[in-house]
Design a protein around this ligand. Structure first.
Ligand code: NAP
Ligand code: ZN
Length: 360
């Protein structure tokens, strides 16, 4: 049943999962009025992140049904609050994962609010007014302007949408590991999906040698020809894994399913780093020997700050980086979710929420 919170008077059409069925259905709900710090956005496009699937299926045991997923949102500003000075009606904007944070802690005050202890997300979060947040599988969004970024003019709004989560999630660990301005490193990307394919593009744009490490031999040709990966290791092929031992400076792990880090860590040089962004429901196996014998490090990373997200969008504008997408109409969301669950997407589904294409 739709929530009833004072000031939540705007009726919105969206798509929600009501149970662990892996499916969404049309759902009408209420959003808050546009407050003084808010921006109202007509949603044009929304990417389908694997995180949406984790929530729809309650993989992590934290889903508050009904859940309206979607945190890779692009759209147009239709209304601004009186405190909003950096956006005007008509601006092309994007909204990613964060919807609110405490604004006061050491992380919020140093542009690292993605690590605020009280961070709330664009969906399945609890906003300042106590309401449950609903995401971008919906025609309209009200967002606090402090969690909104601008989309560069030269980027198409559909192929830019996944940058709001997939893009920033892989950009942030690259930046954190000093890979934005130190070309010539050997970088591995585990998992050629939504996050992984953007990581390949960033790795190349920043002048690195990029190796894709994949369970899908069929992805090799397009990884090399279309995305420009320099190398491709099939992780289920012991010879290829052996040949790749101690070759990489940095690995980004984007895998959505349970796996062991052991074989991947062997691919790192001594003192190499593996950064985890994938979020499987079960704990990842972390054997100690490859860590000890190679003095290697493993760390994690969670999306990025809003400042960093704007920076990433501007970098994408500069290098013309967008996502390789399959655009789907709203009546095909469930088909897309099913295909995503079967690792059958090149490389991100994006929902054509506004569907402005001419009708026949
Ligand atoms: P995706 O498009 O489904 O890509 C995941 C890729 O992982 C697949 O394409 C596949 O690549 C690989 N894979 C799947 N099962 C595997 C297995 N059993 N062993 C090894 N590799 C496997 O998903 P995504 O949208 O990129 O998201 C990936 C993960 O990141 C999800 O868990 C998501 O929740 C998480 N995530 C985290 C953050 C964060 O802030 N840290 C943000 C967004 C998403 P190959 O076919 O090449 O093997
Ligand atoms: Zn996401």
């Amino acid at each position: 049943m739709a929530q009833t919170t004072p000031n939540h008077t705007q009726t919105v059409t969206g798509w929600a999962a009501h149970e662990q069925s892996g499916k969404v259905t049309p759902y009408t709900f209420k959003r808050r009025e546009n407050g003084i710090n808010d921006i109202t956005i007509e949603v044009l496009y929304c990417g389908i992140c694997h995180t949406d699937l984790h929530y729809i299926n309650n993989d992590w045991g934290i889903t508050m049904y009904p859940v309206v997923p979607g945190h890779e949102i692009t759209g147009v500003v239709t209304k601004i609050g009186s405190n909003v000075k950096n956006f005007i009606v008509g601006d092309k904007v994007g909204v990613g994962c964060p919807a609110a944070s405490c604004l006061e802690c050491e992380f919020c005050t140093t542009d690292r609010e993605n690590y605020c202890d009280q961070i709330q997300f664009t969906y399945n979060g609890i906003f300042w007014d106590g309401s449950i947040t609903y995401g971008g599988y919906s025609t309209m969004l009200v967002a606090d302007h402090r969690y909104v970024v601008k989309v560069p003019e030269n980027l198409p709004m559909d192929a830019a949408a996944p940058l709001l989560c997939a893009g920033i999630t892989v950009y942030s660990p690259f930046k954190d590991s000093g890979l934005l301005d130190s070309p010539g490193k050997k970088i591995g990307v585990i998992g050629l999906g939504g996050l992984g394919h953007v990581a390949v593009k960033f790795g190349k744009a920043f002048g690195h040698h990029v190796t894709v490490i994949s369970t899908s031999p069929l992805k090799e040709k397009e990884a090399r020809d279309r995305l420009g990966a320099h190398d491709f290791i099939v992780s289920t092929n012991p010879q290829q894994m052996k040949a790749g031992k101690r070759t990489l400076d940095f690995i980004l792990d984007t895998v959505s399913a349970h796996h062991s880090l052991g074989p991947y860590l062997e691919l790192l040089k001594v003192e190499g780093t593996l950064s985890i962004v994938g979020a499987p429901d079960k704990p990842i196996d972390l054997p100690s020997f490859p860590l000890i014998f190679g003095k290697r490090s493993v760390k994690g990373s969670m999306t990025g700050s809003i400042k960093e997200t704007q920076e990433m969008m501007d970098v994408c504008g500069k290098y013309n980086i967008t996502c390789d997408i399959e655009l789907v109409k709203t009546d095909k969301i469930n088909e897309a979710l099913l295909r995503l669950s079967k690792n059958d997407v090149r490389y991100r589904f994006v929902i054509d929420v506004a569907d402005k294409s001419p009708r026949l």
